[in-house]
Each structure stands twice: as C-alpha cells, then as structure tokens.
Design a protein around this ligand. Structure first.
Ligand SMILES: N[C@@H](CCC(=O)N[C@@H](CS)C(=O)NCC(=O)O)C(=O)O
Length: 187
C-alpha cells in the first residue's frame, strides 16, 4: 500500500491524524512543517493546505487510484475512515451520531480550548475578558463531554470512533507542560 504523506508537527490537531493512521495500521511518512518558523505559509505547502494550517495529507492512492490531498483534520479522519472501513459505523443512525460529535470537536472543543490555551498561556498581554470568555466556554464544553461520557461508553456512541480520536489529543494535553491551564479551567 502506498505511503501517505502527513504534513504535521506533533500538535493536538496533528495527533488526531497520527492516532488514526496508527490505529488503522496505514503506512505513512511524517513530513515536518515548522509552524514556529512560518513554513505553513510557503507556496508549496499552501497548495496542499490553502488555509495554511496543519495537518494535511497527500495519499498517492486516493479515490480511483489517483492522488488526493486533504486539509482539515475532520475531513482527513472521515477520509481515512472511508478508506479503511474503520472507526465510522456503517449504520446510518450510528454514522450520524459519530459525525455530530466529530463536528462538535471541530467547531467547539478544538477552537475554544485552543483560544483558552492561547490567552491563558501564550498571549503577550493578559486580556482578562478573553481569558474569562474562552475559559468559561472551555469549562462548559468539558461539562458537555462529561455528561455524554456518563451515558455513552464512547463520545460517538457504542464504539470507539473518529469522534474519540479527534477529541483525545486535546484532553491528553492534561499530562503535558501547560497542563495547569486545563486543570484550572476544569475546577
Ligand atoms: N481546523 C483545523 C485547525 C488546524 C490548526 O489550528 N492547526 C494549527 C496547529 S495545531 C496551525 O497550523 N497553526 C498555524 C497557523 O495558524 O499559522 C484542523 O482541525 O485541521
């Protein structure tokens, strides 16, 4: 099977794709993109990821045997699930249940926790309004996840799915430097 090229440094959004590739046992090659040095703005990368964000992939063996390039981690997860037939249920009802939790991650958990992290840890000035706004939203989202997981074994439903794979990497930051950010938000 052809090696999938993965453009991503080890960030939470990149790890969604790394975890999926590992879980599916797909061969891949990680191509470093140094977002600290602005490599995401280089014309060659922009051809693959026009929004200048990682992750992005190029699969030489895409639909119809032709290469395909994809950006946005949610789209990449759906693509890899369709390619392998794994981590996205076949049943219509179950499939949409997973997709709604995947979109919840993409539209809510990812951006809001990202902003909370930014304003609490990295912002060059302390903007109390922004810290409160994004911390409160992050806390509310953690509550939504907690309630869901108190009634469902996995975020996306009865089985482990791309909804869990998408949500785990941010939660895993709890164990990394800056963890106090998440711990403080949750309590
Ligand atoms: N919605 C995007 C978000 C990707 C994203 O925010 N990537 C960050 C790193 S984790 C990035 O590339 N930042 C570089 C920049 O904004 O210039 C996805 O899920 O793929």
């Amino acid at each position: 099977m052809a090696e999938i090229q993965v453009y991503s440094p080890p960030t939470p959004n990149g790890h969604k794709v790394h975890v999926m590739l590992e879980e599916c046992g797909l061969p891949y090659r990680a191509i470093p993109v140094d977002i600290g040095k602005g490599q995401q703005f280089e014309p060659e990368f922009l051809r693959t990821s026009p929004n200048n964000k990682i992750p992005a992939i190029v699969d030489p063996d895409g639909p119809g045997g032709e290469p395909i390039s994809l950006f946005e981690s949610g789209a990449i997860l759906v693509y890899l699930a369709a390619k392998t037939g794994r981590f996205l249920p076949k049943g219509e009802r179950e499939k949409y249940e997973v997709l709604q939790w995947l979109m919840f991650q993409m539209g809510g958990v990812g951006p809001m926790l990202g902003q909370a992290h930014h304003f609490r840890i990295y912002a060059p000035e302390k903007v109390e309004y922004a810290i409160a706004r994004y911390s409160n939203e992050a806390k509310r989202l953690y509550g939504v996840i907690d309630r869901r997981l108190s009634e469902s074994p996995w975020l996306g439903g009865a089985e482990y799915s791309i909804a869990d794979i998408a949500t785990f990497p941010l939660a895993a930051q709890l164990a990394e430097p800056g963890a106090s950010c998440w711990t403080t938000i949750r309590t």
